[in-house]
Write a protein that binds this ligand. Structure first.
Ligand code: CO8
Length: 374
């Protein structure tokens, strides 16, 4: 018989720097004034469009975001640069992403009472990896002294939940006993800080989760994973064309389409009903109703999306206690949002309480894990 899979600990690494909406918008507006002045002739001739001002009121109302953490603040607010300054590291230094992954992993290992000897697989799953090979997961594995194997996964906003799905299946299939899933979301280098529609959306963070079979669990704050559910449907409404072919394409590797870009309205309209139906179907597999959930650790892209999804399912907006919001101070952290919410808001659940982690975003991709407090 396959054994019960358990989430036995989580870890959160938060950068020390942050940027408020006011700081970000003052910088963007100064940049747009400079851009418009420099391009006045082309704008007057209708060759290019003027860049309108951004506004802190719009950002908070449209998204719920008030501030975001950032790996390196230097450079982002400089209107002559508009991107972070991150010095290149040599091959014998730890890479940036592995470093923040290790920081989150150590916290998850402590929470789950695990040492490196207890872990036999490492999955680094996130929206971007800073290089193609060697895998960041293998570097993390070496840093932590873990035997076994590691690999990287990319599923944009659903990378964390899909990574946990793989861990769940590996434990069920007995190809691994204890798996460390890490989401080092170092996304700020891919944000177009000169684009009014998206400059405010993202923040950096790293999260980690330990999953193991129930035989080895010693943590007194753990959750049985009852099942996982994944869904994907192709869409270019959230897209980055950055990739290794850019060099052969002779295209600008820093062009706007190589950075994060989206049709935000369309995403909102498409994804909310898909995510609500996904959660309803996942719960139905266990004869559960939305009302049976004590906690919803939802993806953290936009507060209005979370409000709409819970309203569709409950017939009312979930309270902040039921569906906690972290995007107000973390912004959208790609796949890590639901794991941050889980990390910060799970200890008060009592034995038997049900909760759901659910991510939704680029792909489109939706992933969920239904859990029950042990
Ligand atoms: N300041 C002031 N006004 C603005 C601004 C601004 N910054 N931006 C837009 N406006 C204006 C527009 O010009 C428009 O004006 P008008 O009505 O006169 O044309 C008006 O405000 C409304 O604009 P939008 O329709 O664009 O605005 P919305 O109200 O729809 O809100 C949002 C925009 C907040 C982007 C919203 O659509 C949203 O959140 N949608 C969901 C998006 C989402 O969840 N995306 C997921 C992306 S993350 C993901 O999948 C992971 C990818 C991998 C990570 C990448 C990391 C870099």
């Amino acid at each position: 018989m396959t054994q019960q899979v358990v989430m036995s600990g989580s870890g959160l690494w938060t950068p020390k720097h942050s940027i408020t909406n006011e700081e970000l918008i003052n910088s963007y507006n100064a940049y747009s004034d400079k851009f418009n002045a420099q391009n006045a002739d082309k704008i007057a001739a209708g060759e290019i469009e003027a860049k309108p001002h951004s506004s802190a009121e719009f950002v908070e109302k449209a998204s719920g975001i008030k501030s975001r953490y950032i790996y390196e603040k230097d450079g982002v607010l400089d209107i002559n640069r508009m991107r972070p300054i991150i010095a290149e590291r040599s091959d014998d230094q730890i890479s940036n992403q592995a470093e923040i992954a290790v920081a989150a992993a150590k916290k998850a290992m402590k929470a789950a009472n695990k040492t490196a000897d207890d872990i036999d697989a490492v999955i680094v799953s996130c929206a971007y990896v800073q290089r193609s090979y060697p895998a960041i997961a293998i570097e993390v594995q070496a840093e932590l002294g873990i035997k076994g194997f590691g690999f990287d996964m990319l599923v944009a906003c659903s990378a964390a939940t899909f990574g946990m799905h793989r861990a769940y299946e590996m434990i069920k299939a007995q190809t691994a006993k204890t798996v460390l899933v890490i989401n080092p979301e170092l996304v700020s280098p891919q944000v177009n800080y000169t684009d009014r529609d998206s400059h405010f959306i993202f923040g950096d963070v790293a999260t980690a989760i330990i999953l193991e079979g129930e035989d080895t669990v010693t943590s007194d704050n753990a959750f049985n994973v009852l099942s996982t559910k994944a869904f994907t449907q192709f869409s270019s409404n959230i897209r980055s064309n950055h990739g290794y072919l850019n060099r052969a394409n002779d295209t600008d590797p820093y062009g706007a389409d190589k950075l994060f870009n989206q049709e935000g309205r369309k995403v909102f309209k498409d994804v909310c009903p898909l995510a609500a139906e996904h959660i309803r179907a996942h719960l139905a597999k266990h004869d559960l109703m939305p009302e049976d959930l004590t906690r919803w650790w939802l993806h953290q892209a936009n507060i209005n999306m979370n409000t709409l999804i819970s309203k569709r399912l409950l017939g009312r907006v979930a309270t902040l206690e039921e569906a906690p919001i972290v995007l107000d101070r973390y912004a959208n952290t790609a796949s890590a949002g639901s794991v941050i919410a889980f990390n910060l808001y799970n200890k008060d659940l009592v034995k038997g309480d049900f909760g759901i982690l659910c991510s939704f975003g680029a792909g489109y991709s939706i992933g969920s894990l239904l859990v029950q407090k042990r």
